[in-house]
Write a protein that binds this ligand. Structure first.
Ligand SMILES: Cc1cc2nc3c(=O)[nH]c(=O)nc-3n(C[C@H](O)[C@H](O)[C@H](O)COP(=O)(O)OP(=O)(O)OC[C@H]3O[C@@H](n4cnc5c(N)ncnc54)[C@H](O)[C@@H]3O)c2cc1C
Length: 410
C-alpha cells in the first residue's frame, strides 16, 4: 500500500453507510489515506426505507453526490399522525408541514456512496479481529482476517497493519465498543417491527387503495396509532410503499450479529390476520400483499460520554445505536462523518484535538436524539401509560411530533 508521508493513515472498520460516509468525508480533507475493512463478502440489496433530514442530505451533497442523491430520493415533507381503527375510523391527531426530509431505500444510498469511492480502498470479506494502541504510541495496530478465494473455511489470510487513526463504524453490535465497555449491554425496547416494501406493480389493487386512503403518500410520512401499537407508511422512489409495524412482545432469541428475525409462513399468516384486526383496511391489505415481510427486534443503548479511546473512535451505530422512531440512525451516522471530516480538516496534524472537537460537536446532540426516540417509541406503544388516541387531548397529540426532539430533555 502506498503511503504519502504527510498524510495520516486511517483504517475504517465497517463498510456500511457510516463507514463509507466517513471515507468520503476524510478523503475530502485531502490529508488522509483511507482503507475500509468490511466483514460482508459483497454489497447486498438488503434493507428497506429511510428518511434523511436536511443536515444529512447536505453532508452527502458535499461529497459531490447531489445529482445521485436527487435520483434516488423523493420528498417527505409532511409528518402526519393519526388514530386508526380496523373499521376504517380515523382521527388526525398531529401534523407538521415543514418536516423537510427525503425518502429513499437503504441499499440505493449504500450503492451511491460505494460507487463514488476508489474501489481499491475497500476490502470486502475482511473481518477486523483486534485493534490495539500501545500506551505512549501514536500508532494503532489493526488485525484482520479474510478467507482466500477457494480456500477451506479455516485457511485464513491474516493481516496486521499500523495506522494513525481507527474509525470504528462497526454497527450496533460493535466489537470495538465492547473492547472499551465490556460490561455494557444493549437495551431491548419491548417490541419488534414487522417491515416490508411493496411496489405498485406487485400489488396493484392494494397500492391503489392505499394511495386513495392516504392521499399524501409521495410527500408525507404517516404514523397510524392503534391500541398499544403503531405503524409507519411512506413512499420510496420507484412507486414502492414502505411500511413498518411495531408489536409489543418479549425479547426474541437472537443469534449472530443480526437483529433480523426470519419469519416462517405461519408467522406471516398470523401477522396478516392480526393486521386486519388492528389497522385501517387499506393498510392491512398492503401488509397482506407484501410478499416477503421481515422482522427486526428493536434495541438501543445508553448514550456514552466518550467515543474516542486514544486514536480509536466510534461513529454511527457503534457510538449511538438508537430505536428508529425519530428516523435518526442513518442521519446520525452521516452527520458524524461530516463532523469528523470537518474536525480533521481543521486539525490535520493534531488527531487528539480533532477527536475532541468531533466529540464536542456530536455526543450531546446524539444522546438527545437516542433518548427522544426511545421516549417516542414508548409513548406510541403505550408502554408506560395506556393511550386512547381517539380521546387524546391537544397537549398529548402535540407531543407526538418529531419536531419536539430539538427541545427534548430526559
Ligand atoms: C444490510 C443493512 C440494511 C439496513 N437497512 C436499513 C433500512 O432499510 N432502514 C434503516 O433505517 N436502516 C437500515 N440499516 C441500518 C442503518 O442504515 C444504519 O443506521 C446505517 O447503516 C448507519 O449505521 P452504521 O454504518 O454505523 O452501522 P451498520 O449499518 O450497522 O454497519 C456496520 C457495518 O460494520 C460491519 N462490521 C461489523 N463488525 C465488523 C468487523 N469486525 N470487521 C469488519 N466489518 C465489520 C458490518 O458488516 C456492517 O456492514 C441497515 C443496515 C444494514 C447493515
Amino acid at each position: 500500500m502506498m503511503i504519502e508521508s504527510e498524510n495520516i493513515d486511517v483504517f475504517i472498520i465497517g463498510g456500511s453507510i457510516g463507514g463509507l460516509a466517513c471515507a468520503h468525508a476524510l478523503l475530502k480533507t485531502g490529508s488522509c489515506n483511507i482503507t475500509v475493512f468490511e466483514r460482508a463478502k459483497a454489497i447486498s440489496a438488503a434493507g428497506a426505507g429511510l428518511g434523511l433530514g436536511d443536515e444529512a442530505l447536505e453532508v452527502v451533497r458535499s461529497f459531490g453526490l447531489a445529482k445521485e442523491l436527487d435520483s434516488i430520493t423523493q420528498p417527505l415533507y409532511v409528518e402526519i399522525n393519526r388514530a386508526v381503527a380496523p373499521d376504517g375510523h380515523v382521527r388526525q391527531v398531529y401534523e407538521d408541514r415543514i418536516y423537510n426530509h427525503r425518502s429513499l431505500h437503504w441499499s440505493d444510498l449504500h450503492k451511491v456512496l460505494l460507487n463514488a469511492l476508489p474501489q481499491d480502498i475497500i476490502h470486502f470479506g475482511t473481518t477486523v479481529t483486534g485493534v490495539e494502541q500501545a500506551s505512549g504510541s501514536k500508532r494503532t495496530v489493526v488485525r484482520a482476517q479474510s478467507k482466500r478465494e477457494g480456500a477451506d473455511a479455516d485457511d485464513m489470510h491474516h493481516i496486521s497493519v499500523e495506522c494513525d487513526l481507527v474509525i470504528a463504524a462497526d454497527g450496533s453490535m460493535s466489537d470495538t465498543r465492547r473492547r472499551f465497555k465490556p460490561d455494557e449491554s444493549r437495551r431491548y425496547s419491548g417490541y419488534c417491527a414487522w417491515r416490508g416494501v411493496v411496489t405498485d406493480k406487485e400489488a396493484r389493487e392494494a397500492a391503489q387503495a392505499a394511495r386513495e386512503a392516504y392521499p399524501e403518500l409521495g410527500s408525507a410520512l404517516y404514523f397510524d396509532l392503534a391500541q398499544d401499537s403503531h405503524a409507519v407508511l411512506y413512499e420510496l422512489p420507484g412507486q414502492r410503499l414502505n411500511w413498518l409495524w411495531y408489536i409489543n412482545q418479549p425479547e426474541p432469541n437472537l443469534t449472530g450479529h443480526s437483529v433480523t428475525v426470519k419469519a416462517d409462513d405461519q408467522r406471516i399468516k398470523d401477522m396478516r390476520e392480526r393486521a386486519a384486526r388492528t389497522f385501517t383496511p387499506e393498510l392491512a391489505a398492503l401488509m397482506q400483499a407484501t410478499e416477503a415481510p421481515f422482522i427486526n427486534a428493536i434495541y438501543d443503548r445508553e448514550p456514552l460520554e466518550l467515543w474516542a479511546y486514544g486514536r480509536i473512535v466510534l461513529v454511527g451505530e457503534a457510538a449511538h445505536p438508537t430505536t428508529p422512531h425519530a428516523l435518526r440512525s442513518t442521519n446520525m451516522a452521516i452527520c458524524d462523518a461530516g463532523a469528523l471530516g470537518r474536525s480533521l480538516a481543521e486539525h490535520p496534524r493534531d488527531i487528539p484535538a480533532a477527536l475532541r472537537k468531533f466529540q464536542e460537536q456530536r455526543i450531546a446532540c446524539t444522546a438527545r436524539e437516542v433518548l427522544f426516540s426511545r421516549h417516542l417509541g414508548r409513548l406510541k406503544q403505550s408502554l408506560d401509560t395506556k393511550h386512547d388516541w381517539f380521546a387524546a387531548d391537544k397537549k398529548l397529540c402535540e407531543s407526538l411530533g418529531q419536531a419536539n426532539m430539538a427541545d427534548f430533555s430526559n
